[in-house]
Design a protein around this ligand. Sequence first.
Ligand code: C2E
Ligand code: MG
Ligand code: MG
Length: 700
Amino acid sequence: MHAPADASPDPATLASAQRWLSSPATQGGDGLLERLRAHGARELGQRTRPERLWIVVAAATLLALGGLAVGGLLAPLPALLALLPAAYACNRLASALSRCDADCLPPLVRRYRQATVLLGLAWGSLVATLILTAPQAALAELGLIATLALVVGAFAVLAIERTLWLGFSLAVWAPILAATAFGMPWASADSGSLIALELLFAGWSTLQGLWLTREHVRAHLARWRLEEAIQTLEARDHELLSVRSRRDSLEMHSRQLTHFDQLTQLGSRLHLQERLEDEVARYRERLRPFALLTLDIKGFRDINGSLGPSAGDDLLRAVARRITETQRSGDFAARLRNDEFAVLMRDVSDAEAVRIADRFHQAIEVPVRVGNRLICPHLAIGIAICPTDSLDTAGLLAAAEHAMQVAQRLPRYGSIRYAPGMSVAAARRLTVEQELLTALSDEQFVLHFQPQVDADGTRIIGVEALVRWHHPERGQIPPLDFIPVAESTGLIDALGEWVLDAACRQAVAWREAGLAFGTMAVNISPLQLRDPRFVDKVDSALRRSGLQAEELELEITESAVQTQGDTSITLARLRARGVRIALDDFGTGYSSLASLRALQVDRIKIDRAFVGDMLQSARSSALLGTMAAMAHALDATVIAEGVEQVEQATALRALGCDSLQGYLFSRPVDAASLAELLRQGAQSAGGLPVPLQAGCELTP
Ligand code: C2E
Ligand code: MG
Ligand code: MG
């Protein structure tokens, strides 16, 4: 007889197959891997060859019939009764195996093995019964035949259906050995039936041996192929795993790059947008308001330009650290671009958002060491609230940024809550930005000039050049509306160069016309000072125009002096040529006395804010006196800006101001009108453009 080939090749192969089938790489949506997995399960199942079990049943039935002929009905009956259900169970299990998938395979294989042990035992018992009920004289030959049959079949069977054969041999050998040992009392001779039985048995054993040998080889081949396939699949599986893990780590890395700012490790703009979208969705569900703050470091470009990008990076990192330390837990901070940060704050009211913005000011605006310098960053903070200001991501970002731009123009402590008019202003700014680009080439800029007079108001001692933009449609645009835009677009260098050239040429023209203008004062943006070729540019403007260096005064704002490291070197080089330096808008930029002493300027221009309320405020008046005294102590002269009233002029003279400038004497006027003023001054007895004693008639 022959038992079906084992369902699994061997435990190691099965384990390997199982491992592969259940490995993570073969799980999940991959269609190809799913198909391979199902195929592997089917292949393992089909190798049980269920149809061959019927051969077992046929052989057992034949034996039983032989047993009937030889020893009567009753002796083999129990074994036969055990054999048939065991064979039936084996068959059912084998066909189930051929259909099952990888998940149900291990328990079925286990049950199948148990059934084959039973089958083997039943079958062996049947054979043993037949042998033992045969006449005793034939017992030795029967034992020999049975041994041969076992030997022929066993070597092949071992690898295929071990359990079945083991059960069989145990059942056959145990009683035969016992019977041989004690001798059989019932020996008789019925050689005909014995020989028939022997032949049947021997023939069947030989056939089975051949059959099993072939099966053994084939099974080995099949197993070898299966193992090879599994190994290949395992190798592919490892490749796939490593590709997947590489892909996962790449995905993680790219997420790190896109979602986090590499310099500060805060979130990126994209990350903030995602969080904003979530927050807006959350608001729609639960109506919980939230705030978006945008924070910008004032004057960062100057710091970056003068101290170098690595110092700029240090400052950004320091500010980012302070933001993280100050934000509430659960808030989200990101870096939007260059020196612009944002903080998303959940569940806050308007008042709370303003309070938190104040906290950011306090925590961040303390000196930080950048390289070998101490720098105090100042912030402009814009605040937008959802839902009041906008109900979508882009709207909120725009609102916070508009508010921040307004805050940037505040002199110092700036946080501004968004208001609807701000977007209009921002749109206007954008238009200005675009139009500025063509304004220079289309010669839309002109210079106006404002005279500066001595303390008695008797003589014009200088002229300040102030740029104007004659817009073809919108008329004259004041400098404060476009200079900041020119600075932010980088156009200030070209514009500043044009102003310097035009002012120098105009001054020389007046000189050549015999008009004494004193000094020509030109406003210089802090960004122009950053340009390493700035001194050369001044040199060539002087050379081209023929103006003497002593006739040129450069007005530099106090804040520029504070934030730019190399300014003092640039200014020293200019002064060495004879160019005069004036500190503009003095009193608004928080200069330290030490930095003023180091700077060495020729003139200090006291900001018009102090002059404006000096008659009402004793404090302003006292400050003016102090500033004048301080300037003199630093060997600089003092000019007061924004003088509009005779009383102011008189008081300023008393406080020690050396010269005055303001509408009282003249508004800024075009070159021809200024020439006229110079001419009048030269002709009048005292050279007085507007007689102080006679009150004033402002030039329109
Ligand atoms: P600034 O250098 O402080 O110029 C003085 C400003 O005060 C001028 O305004 C002038 O018209 C105004 N002003 C003069 N006297 C009086 C007065 O009695 N009362 C009042 N209320 N104002 C008076 P303007 O021309 O609008 O210029 C504003 C600022 O724009 C200037 O302030 C300067 O910082 C800047 N600016 C002007 N021209 C240039 C330029 O060519 N280059 C650069 N970088 N900045 C310039
Ligand atoms: Mg000025
Ligand atoms: Mg000024």
